[in-house]
Ligand binder design. Structure first.
Ligand code: EPU
Length: 419
């Protein structure tokens, strides 16, 4: 078993380069199934979710060549089956994008029920509503989702809930449908815009991604032979920003889009951190103990739920009492039990948690309950007094490329040990 061992207390200093966004990459990879040709994708994060996705695409008949650790060439001319391997697709959430992509390209698909971090109920009713509106029949049976359509036809779809996954999935299914699809109350996250940009580069006609209304004018075919670079990861950048402030450090993040970070920047400034914004890089520093702040997670451009646990670590050592309200997931405060082992004073009840800031955290063995919580516990270890051991690293490896190496380069005393 692997664990991270961190000796805390060093302020972070230096430069870090942000990787491509996990949640864009895991949608762009299946989107290549809509292309009858070859695509080159770079700035791809080298993480386990991406590697599993590549295995799924290969099982469907795609040919993948790694041109380096962050670039692949995918040839999707010869898709040989529409049945995705159940064991791989049920390992993570984003496997559901295979449904939209294969419905669009082949009119038929079977995948395992999507897995992923246990954050509470994760229904897919809005995805199914969208596929059905386009003319598909969808059945969930024996741990599988099976969808079929003789022909997909564009339609107007109003999303009852703002859902990242359903917005992308319906967009994928609609790209090759006959006629025009309108998605109203669409999600607006940067990775939705990135997937639309990728598909448009391949010849799709998607308008309005990043607003509440997305219009997709169906095309007969998408062509390949394009190069595409995945957008920088908003959440990885936010994780480093929080770590800089919590450790009273001074770091520069390179390869980021600071416009996407504004929801995080606003809270960094509120707790007393300082920012110098250069558009594609950002300096974050802090010279004093952070102060309290209240946070409510919301769909983009609100404060991202995927930054909630990292911010919770910062607020656990802030001066004063802070309240976090989680409005997206039912069960995203599991990390607070681990932080309490490190001396934090937190009362979490349902979707609200109260953080009574303590002066310092004390190192302890802790167990990551999900992906973002794992990153948050790394930040906690970096700022804690003494030694912290973090277990369940498979969560961390799903979504962060070389996190410990990046932190080590900023001065953190952190190493991976096999027990
Ligand atoms: N929802 C429904 N019905 C649906 C779909 C969603 O009720 O058909 C609800 C969910 O239960 C949730 C809310 O709508 O309460 C929002 O869910 P959404 O569909 O937006 O989430 P997702 O697409 O499953 C993506 C990210 C998550 C991130 C959320 C919110 C990917 C692969 N995952 O999940 O990322 O928390 O959006 O921003 O893009 C992570 O990276 O650690 C992670 C969990």
């Amino acid at each position: 078993m692997e664990k991270l061992v961190i000796t805390g207390g060093t302020p972070l200093k230096g430069e870090v380069t942000i990787s491509g966004a996990k949640n864009a990459a895991v949608a762009i990879l299946p989107a290549t199934l809509l292309v009858d040709g070859i695509c080159k994708i770079n700035n791809l994060p080298n993480i386990s979710d991406v590697k599993i996705y590549c295995e799924i695409l290969e099982a469907l008949g795609a040919k993948i060549t790694w041109n380096g650790k962050n670039e692949i060439t995918i040839d999707t001319r010869n898709i040989t089956t529409t049945e995705a391997p159940l064991d791989l697709t049920s390992k993570f959430r984003a496997s559901y994008y295979i449904i939209g992509a294969l419905l669009g390209r082949k009119g038929s698909v079977a995948v395992g029920m999507p897995g992923g971090c246990k954050l509470g109920a994760r229904p897919i009713d809005q995805h199914i509503k969208g596929f059905e509106a386009l003319g598909a029949e969808v059945e969930t049976t024996q741990g599988k989702i099976v969808a079929k359509a003789n022909k997909l036809v564009g339609n107007s779809i109003y999303m009852d809930i703002t859902s990242v996954g359903a917005t992308i999935n319906i967009m994928l299914a609609a790209v090759l449908a006959k006629g025009t699809t309108i998605i109203d109350n669409a999600a607006k996250e940067p990775h939705i815009v990135d997937v639309a940009n990728f598909l448009n580069t391949m010849g799709a006609d998607i308008r309005g991604a990043g607003t509440d209304t997305i219009k997709i004018i169906g095309k007969k075919k998408l062509k390949g032979n394009a190069n595409y670079s995945v957008v920088p990861d908003q959440i990885e950048a936010g994780t480093f920003m929080v770590a800089a402030v919590a450790s009273k450090g001074d770091i520069i993040l390179k390869n980021c889009i600071t416009k996407h970070l504004e929801c995080i920047t606003a809270k960094i400034l509120e707790v007393g951190g300082q920012i110098e914004d250069y558009g594609d890089s950002i300096r974050v520093f802090c010279t004093k103990r952070p102060t309290k702040a209240n946070i409510k997670t919301l769909p983009y451009p609100g404060f991202p739920t995927d930054m909630q646990s990292q911010m919770g670590v910062l607020l656990s050592i802030a001066d004063g009492t802070s309240v976090i309200s989680e409005s997206i997931w039912e069960s995203r405060f599991q990390y607070t039990d681990e932080l309490k082992k490190m001396g934090a004073n937190i009362i979490a009840n349902g979707k609200t948690a109260i953080f009574e800031g303590v002066k310092e955290l004390i190192g302890s063995p802790v167990y990551a309950p999900d992906l973002r919580a794992a990153a948050a516990l790394v930040v906690a270890g970096i700022i804690a007094k003494g030694k912290t051991e973090i277990y369940n690293l498979e969560y961390l490896d799903r979504g962060y490329e070389n996190l410990e190496e990046k932190f080590r380069n900023l001065g953190a005393k952190i190493e991976r040990v096999t027990e």
